[in-house]
Design a protein around this ligand. Structure first.
Ligand SMILES: [Zn+2]
Length: 74
């Protein structure tokens, strides 16, 4: 699994709807950037009180991926 795939699947994972949790968690175990991304996502979800729905358009997804790249760099 790549980092981009993980970002795409994170809502399904947190919803408990991801069939392939093993690959998801295997990537998390070896990728600090994605682990942090998931933490951030969980924090946002808990503040909002519900899971954020999947990004509605490619522009939003690009911003998510750009934010993720920033976290990954630090
Ligand atoms: Zn990753």
């Amino acid at each position: 699994m790549t980092c981009a795939e993980l970002v795409e699947l994170v809502t399904a994972y947190l919803d408990g709807e991801l069939a392939d949790r093993e690959r998801f968690e295997a990537h998390l175990a070896e990728c600090e950037g994605c682990e942090r991304y998931l933490d951030q996502f969980r924090t946002v979800a808990s503040v909002v009180g519900d899971l954020v729905p999947p990004p509605p358009d490619p522009g939003v997804r690009d911003r998510l991926l750009a934010a993720f790249r920033d976290w990954y760099r630090t």
